[in-house]
Design a protein around this ligand. Sequence first.
Ligand code: ZN
Ligand code: ZN
Length: 135
Amino acid sequence: MKGDVDLVVDMDDITVVNSGTGKVTVDGQAVENGKEYVTHAHDWKVVGAKEPTCTAEGYTGDKVCSICNAKVAGTVLEKLAHNYVDGKCTVCGAADPSVAPATGDASQPLVWTLAALLSCAGVVLLVKLNKERRA
Ligand SMILES: [Zn+2]
Ligand SMILES: [Zn+2]
C-alpha cells in the first residue's frame, strides 16, 4: 500500500503491518514504518454520563476504550420540561411562567368572567327552551 491509510478495524487480533512509506493509522493509533500493530475490539466504557434535569442539560457520556484509551465523544441531552403543579415545578421549585402573577394584567380575569357569564346564560336559555317544549 502507498500513501496514507486510516483504518478502522475494531476487531481482535488483526495484524496490520506498515510496509510502505506513508502514514498508517489503525483505530486512531499510528503504525510506524516497518512496524506492525495488532488490533483489538475496543472495550468501551461510558464515562461522565449525566441524566438531564429541568435545570441542567445531561450528557450521554464519552465512550473510552479501557485497553487503548480511544475516546468517542458523547452528545448533550436536552433539559427536561419542568413538572409544574399549582404553578410551581415539583423538582426545582421554579415558578410556572404561564400562570399570571396575582398583581398582573387585570384584563385576563375579565375575559374569564365574561366567558363564565356567557356560559351561564347559555345554560339558563337551554333549560328554559326545554321547559317550553314540554309545555
Ligand atoms: Zn481500544
Ligand atoms: Zn423544574
